[in-house]
Design a protein around this ligand. Structure first.
Ligand code: FAD
Length: 284
C-alpha cells in the first residue's frame, strides 16, 4: 500500500440473460454501491456474444449515475462496428474500457480470427486517443495458452506499451504468485498498477471447473477442505469468506494497489469480505 494512492476497489458483473436476472442485478449493484467502489465492470460474452446485453447493463448503470467500464473484445466484428459501439459508450459518459482478446465462443471452432488485446488497445488509442482509461487482463499464474512465463509477461508489456493504463488479474489463491508476478513486471519495466482479481468462493464444483478452464490454481489443501464440506453450502461460504478475507489482507498489507472482485452478480460474499477489510471506509 502506498501513502499517495488511495486503494482502488472495483466490482465485476456479467450481463444477465433474463429479465429476472436483470432485476436481481439492480438490487445487487445498489447494495454494492453502498460499499463505495471506484467503478463497476460488465463482461463481454465470448466472441462478442453479449454485445447488446452488455451495452444494456452499462446504459442502465450510467443512467443511475454509476461509474462503469464495459469489457470489450473484437470477437468477430469489423472495425467499423467496434468504433460504433465505443462511440455509443462515449455518448453514455463511459470513460473506462477493459480491453481483451476474449475467448472463443464454444462451437465456433477455428473460424473466428482472434485479435490480441494489444491490437485492441492500439486500435482504441488510434481512434479515441485518451478518451478512455484502458484496463487489460494480466495472469499471475500465466495465461493457459502461453508458450512460457517469459513470453506471456512480455505480451503483457506489449499491452502497456500500446497504451493500457492498468491491469486486472485473473483470480488466484496463492498470494506469492501475485507478488512474484509483480516483481517480474517491475523487472521488465512495467510501471502501471496491476490490481489483483478476487474470486469469492460459494460453490466448489463450479469453481473447480472454471479454474481448470482458465488456468487458476486451487491449492491442494484448499481443494481438500472444500471437498470435505460436500453439500454443506454454509460451511463452504464461511470457509471461503475467511480464506479470501485473509488473502486480500495479505495482498493489501504487502502493496497491492486495490482489489477487483468477481462478484458473480451476488452481493455476498463480496460485501462481507469488503466489510471485513474495512474497505468501504477507505475514502472517508
Ligand atoms: P491477450 O492479451 O491477447 O493474450 C492471449 C494469449 O495470447 C496469451 O497466451 C498471450 O501470451 C498471447 N499473446 C498476447 N499478445 C500476443 C501477441 N501480440 N502475439 C502473440 N501472442 C500474444 N473473456 C471474455 O470473453 N469476456 C470478458 O469480458 C472477459 N473478461 C476478463 C476480465 C479479466 C480481468 C480477465 C483476467 C480475463 C477476462 N476474460 C474475458 C478472459 C480473457 O478474454 C481470456 O483469458 C482470453 O483467453 C485472453 O484474453 P487477453 O485479453 O488476456 O488476451
Amino acid at each position: 500500500m502506498t501513502d499517495q494512492e488511495p486503494l482502488r476497489l472495483s466490482f465485476e458483473f456479467f450481463p444477465p440473460k433474463t429479465g429476472q436476472g436483470r432485476e436481481k442485478l439492480k438490487v445487487v449493484r445498489e447494495e454494492l454501491q453502498a460499499l463505495n467502489p471506484d467503478f463497476f465492470t460488465v463482461t463481454y460474452g465470448a466472441g462478442g456474444s453479449t454485445r447488446d446485453n452488455t451495452k444494456g447493463v452499462v446504459r442502465a448503470m450510467r443512467e443511475e449515475g454509476k461509474s462503469v467500464a464495459p469489457h470489450l473484445s473484437f470477437g468477430g466484428d469489423e472495425e467499423e462496428s467496434i468504433i460504433e459501439l465505443i462511440n455509443e459508450y462515449k455518448e453514455m459518459g463511459v470513460d473506462r474500457i477493459v480491453a481483451l482478446r476474449g475467448d472463443m465462443p464454444s462451437g465456433v471452432g477455428g473460424a473466428l480470427q482472434m485479435v490480441h488485446a494489444n491490437e485492441l488497445v492500439s486500435f482504441i488509442k488510434k481512434h479515441f486517443a485518451n478518451d478512455f482509461h484502458l484496463e487489460v487482463a494480466a495472469y499471475p499464474e500465466i495465461h493457459p495458452e502461453a508458450i512460457s512465463y517469459e513470453t506471456d509477461i512480455n505480451h503483457l508489456k506489449g499491452k502497456f506499451d500500446a497504451g493500457a493504463d492498468s491491469g486486472l488479474t485473473q483470480y488466484f489463491f496463492n498470494p506469492d504468485a501475485y507478488f512474484y508476478f509483480i516483481d517480474q513486471c517491475d523487472a521488465l519495466g512495467i510501471t502501471k498498477p496491476i490490481y489483483p482479481g478476487i474470486m469469492p468462493i460459494t460453490n466448489y464444483k463450479n469453481l473447480a471447473r472454471f479454474s481448470d478452464a482458465c488456468g487458476a490454481d486451487i491449492p491442494r489443501w484448499i481443494r481438500k477442505r472444500l471437498e470435505a464440506f460436500r453439500d454443506d453450502h454454509e460451511s463452504i461460504v464461511n470457509f471461503g469468506i475467511d480464506l479470501i478475507s485473509e488473502l486480500c489482507e495479505t495482498l493489501l498489507d504487502n502493496g497491492a494497489p486495490g482489489l477487483h472482485f468477481y462478484t458473480m452478480n451476488q452481493t455476498d460474499p463480496t460485501a462481507t469480505i469488503v466489510k471485513n477489510l474495512g474497505l468501504e471506509q477507505r475514502n472517508s
